[in-house]
Design a protein around this ligand. Structure first.
Ligand SMILES: [Zn+2]
Length: 258
């Protein structure tokens, strides 16, 4: 049994004291890779430094939509500089967010468009955050698809309606589920998970956030991805070992992991 956590934020300060133990527990739990996803320029550098320290880590470089407004303009230069680094397997975290009002929406759209263009140019998958803006994300993905063809990437920690998720799948995207899938009240998320083609499913932790049951409410970490994978297997009615194999194969293919 091998699992991959396709989305964690290991440069988060909450891991400063015990990052080596966190990575060791992930390896013990059967994970082959963790993709640590950056949110601003400093986070891009920190994520790459971690990947140089821990061989099972890979990196996404990008500017999170909620941090675009406050990020210095030079942060985009950092993304461009680091995007070709050997440990970088994805562009992001980017996307659109109407829940928080931290970056004016047009500025989020402009940043998302830049990330889409960069990911296409480098032929790397894009990591997309969509929060209360799933229709807007689907609209921009369709524009990218119409302009340049299939969009390689992932709608990460997806909790939105089924429509935009399937539009994303149509355009080439994968859909990734995090700990919310295990929450008692999240029937809507499980309903969506039932309808995504098996070859487009991924699992993640989004650690340190969104710890799955039975760790809910505490700091999340990559080893906990197993609970989300087991829940996803239940939702799809297939043996969980098979679900682990499917999501791991999908992650390896999408992020070109070896
Ligand atoms: Zn994230």
């Amino acid at each position: 049994m091998v699992l991959i956590d396709t989305h964690a934020h290991l440069d988060d300060g909450r891991f400063d004291g015990d990052i080596a133990e966190v990575v060791a527990r992930a390896a013990e739990a059967g994970l082959s890779h963790i993709i640590t996803v950056a949110t601003d320029g400093a986070s891009c550098r920190a994520a790459i430094a971690l990947a140089e320290r821990f061989p099972m880590l890979r990196v996404g470089v990008g500017l999170h939509p909620n941090y675009v407004a406050e990020a210095p303009a030079t942060d985009w230069d950092i993304v461009l500089e680091l995007a070709g680094h050997p440990s970088v397997v994805a562009i992001g975290e980017t996307g659109l967010d109407r829940h928080w009002d931290k970056t004016p929406f047009p500025q989020q759209e402009e940043s998302f468009a830049r990330h889409l263009e960069l990911a296409h140019r480098l032929d790397k998958p894009i990591v997309i955050h969509a929060r209360e803006a799933e229709e807007d994300v689907a609209r921009m993905i369709k524009q990218a698809f119409d302009a340049r063809g299939p969009v390689k990437g992932v709608l990460h920690s997806y909790t939105g309606p089924i429509g935009p998720a399937l539009e994303g799948v149509q355009a080439g995207l994968h859909v990734s589920f995090a700990g919310m899938l295990t929450y008692k009240t999240a029937d809507n998320v499980r309903e969506v998970a039932k309808q995504i083609p098996l070859d487009r499913l991924l699992v993640e932790t989004d650690a340190p956030y969104l710890a799955p049951v039975p760790h809910r409410g505490r700091r999340n970490e990559p080893a906990h991805v197993i609970h989300t994978a087991k829940q996803l297997a239940d939702v799809r009615g297939i043996p969980w070992i098979e679900m682990a194999a499917i999501t791991t194969a999908n992650a390896k293919r999408l992020f070109s992991l070896s």
